[in-house]
Design a protein around this ligand. Structure first.
Ligand SMILES: [Mg+2]
Length: 385
């Protein structure tokens, strides 16, 4: 079996399908046996497309797509200068997912089975409140409290909000006043007033803060029993993260912006986070996310994968977390999987009491809908035969 060509399916800026923004670039890897594999990454399609066109296509075409580990290493060997975080790793991630999809279709098995089978029938998820910013403008009418009730009623027992981002952007993360602390706390208070401790609350900070501001915010959040504090500071200085960890009581969750097992190793060995958050479409694909999870498990740490992209990331994350023993919880965006992804792919499995289940078909179990390929603003570039 040989790889014959690679399609890069690239939504131009502003492309809409069924009125929704398309969040990602897809790759479709073709073989001489007519089997294709689907992969995805995001958010800078032109950069990732350039890497595949200029570097990886010639490495892959003519090769056996089932030699996933070898092909991963051959792609990685071409780009291993220090840092790695960038379009190159995102391109490897997209290709890797497509190769696992091919492996599944060749064997007639879902990806979770190829990884070693199920550790659970359905995956616990929390809702990232992507369409509800909960910053300065969004606390009227108890929006956060109402949403918490609605989520609990649907079986979802945890939610993530980022109410300090507004002031973080305004002050460039350099300071926070007591008045701004009170504003940031408001949605968290609304959730606790609405449902008590019945729902878990994750606080996301998008790496916006310096160390003293992060410590001040964490202390203010102590009465609210939060699930974790995510990316309070940028991810480039692990000693600074260690200082933060030494000065806050809550568990830290880090980080979708680290790539490969090598970057996660330092973080894990320093004992900084309690929750490890790789993104399959960024960290190096299913192959690498699995290694990161195993590395975390050697330190008795669970993973909580980042999942805030397109439908392939969503489904690949469900396959991986259906398999992995050391899963804490998987992120998801309710609006994406209830509305948006259905416009893009076939084969999604229904949500079961607020839990995610993998599609039934082999490989990923999903395919892009034909109308996606014909949609205005979608460009397809093919490299190969
Ligand atoms: Mg995050």
């Amino acid at each position: 079996m040989k790889i014959t060509k690679i399609d890069m399916i690239y939504p131009q800026v502003g492309a809409l399908i069924e009125g929704e923004q398309v969040p990602c670039i897809w790759v479709q890897v073709h073989t001489d046996e007519g089997i294709t594999g689907l992969g995805e990454t995001y958010p800078l399609g032109e950069a990732e497309r350039g890497v595949i066109r200029g570097r990886f296509a010639s490495t892959l075409i003519g090769q056996n797509p089932l030699e996933i580990e070898r092909l991963w290493q051959e792609m990685f060997n071409q780009i291993r200068w220090h840092g790695w975080a960038g379009a190159e790793l995102r391109a490897i991630s997209a290709i890797d997912i497509a190769l696992w999809d091919i492996y599944g279709k060749v064997t007639g098995q879902p990806i979770y089975q190829l990884l070693g089978g199920k550790s659970r029938d359905r995956v616990r998820t929390y809702n990232t409140c992507y369409d509800h910013r909960y910053d300065f403008n969004n606390v009227e009418n108890n929006g956060a409290g109402k949403l918490a009730k609605e989520l609990l009623d649907s079986g979802i027992q945890a939610m993530k909000v980022w109410p300090f981002d507004g002031v973080g952007n305004k002050n460039r993360g350099q300071f926070i006043t007591n008045a701004d602390i009170e504003i940031g706390l408001k949605p968290v208070q609304q959730i606790r007033e609405a449902v008590g401790d019945d729902i878990e609350i994750a606080l996301e900070f998008h790496g916006l803060w310096n160390v003293p501001s992060a410590i001040k915010i964490a202390h203010a959040l102590e009465p609210y029993n939060v699930m974790w504090l995510e990316e309070m500071i940028p991810q480039d200085n692990m000693k600074a993260y260690a200082t933060l960890a030494d000065n806050v009581l809550q568990p830290l969750c880090i980080s979708e912006r680290l790539m490969t097992r090598y970057q996660f190793r330092e973080l894990i060995e320093l004992g900084i986070p309690q929750f490890i958050m790789p993104d399959i479409c960024w960290c190096g694909g299913i192959t690498e996310a699995r290694k990161i999870a195993v590395l975390a498990d050697t330190y008795y740490l669970p993973i909580a994968p980042h999942n805030c992209g397109g439908p392939v990331l969503h489904v690949a994350s469900i396959h991986l977390t259906t398999h992995l023993i050391n899963l804490f919880i998987l992120e998801s965006v309710r609006r994406h999987y209830l509305v948006h992804y259905d416009n893009l792919v076939t084969g999604l499995a229904p949500v079961e009491e607020g839990h995610l289940i993998p599609p039934k078909g082999p490989g990923l179990g999903i395919e892009l809908k034909p109308q996606v390929l014909d949609a205005p603003g979608i460009e397809i570039e093919t490299i190969g035969e």
